[in-house]
Design a protein around this ligand. Structure first.
Ligand code: MG
Length: 265
């Protein structure tokens, strides 16, 4: 009986200690919750651009741009659009490039091929967005306009045909939203990782994380029998818009510089 009286408070202590331990232990589901680091806030106001975007053309001026050729001319602004002034052959086309250089970016660019349809194949509504001035996401009036599929609208020129043809017709505004990851080179110029592009045309996926074999052929490399290989270059280079002798229009161009966790060199 005396033994039993002692055992009762001891039993209470054991029960309380077990209860306290149970209170301190985190619920299992919290073990999979991550609270830091807190992602930075990017405001996304309706009808405007993300707060961390670098606006390259908002319809008012060409201050962010310059002709690639030193003696080249700027394009013109018409009704809030930046319009290619086509350079007649055989003079060298007058591409425009950003004054600022970029590496990995998210791009938004709206474009419109001419409403008046002229020419066929690559000579109809041709322009292009050249990431780093070297890697082209093609712009072409692809409506009822057969051409090689790795050169149609939405292609990474001569490297990757688009997954689907999401083109709108001539004279209609279209949208490219794209992710470009720059190639990485070692200090001695060897390719560590290729350039990559993911792109949406008018909200439809046309390129998914495709790896580029090198620069897309253009200018002096256009007539090569095979695609040009990589040559080591700077980590950041200007974005370029192509004069392909067609009055293609652009508006609402912005980029966001990316610093993705798995692409840091
Ligand atoms: Mg082009």
């Amino acid at each position: 009986m005396r033994f039993g009286l002692l055992a009762f408070p001891l039993a209470l202590f054991v029960v309380n200690a077990a209860g306290a331990a149970a209170e301190k232990a985190p619920p299992p589901y919290t073990l999979t919750e991550v609270w830091t680091p807190i992602p930075p806030v990017v405001a996304t106001p309706v009808g405007s651009v993300p707060s961390d975007a670098i606006v390259l053309f908002d319809g008012t001026d060409l201050d962010a741009w310059e002709p690639v050729q030193p003696n080249g001319h700027p394009w013109r602004i018409e009704d809030g659009a930046m319009v290619v002034i086509p350079t007649p052959a055989p003079a060298r086309p007058c591409d425009q490039q950003t004054k600022r250089a970029f590496g990995d970016i998210q791009l938004h660019a709206e474009f419109r091929t001419p409403a008046v349809v002229k020419g066929n194949g690559q000579d109809r509504g041709n322009s292009g967005v050249f990431f780093m001035g070297l890697y082209e996401l093609q712009i072409l009036d692809s409506t009822n306009n057969p051409t090689y599929v790795n050169g149609q609208s939405g292609s990474v020129y001569k490297e990757h045909a688009p997954l689907v043809d999401a083109s709108r017709g001539p004279g209609e505004w279209q949208v490219y939203d794209a992710i470009f990851i720059a190639p990485r080179f070692s200090a001695d110029g060897k390719l560590l990782s290729p350039a990559r592009i993911t792109a949406f045309q008018n909200g439809v996926l046309v390129q998914f994380n495709v790896a580029l074999t090198g620069p897309t052929p253009n200018g002096p490399t256009y007539n090569l029998p095979k695609l040009p290989p990589y040559e080591a270059h700077a980590a950041k280079l200007p974005l370029l818009l192509q004069d392909h002798r067609t009055p293609v229009s652009f508006r609402n161009i912005w980029v966001r510089e990316l610093n993705l966790p798995d692409t840091k060199s």
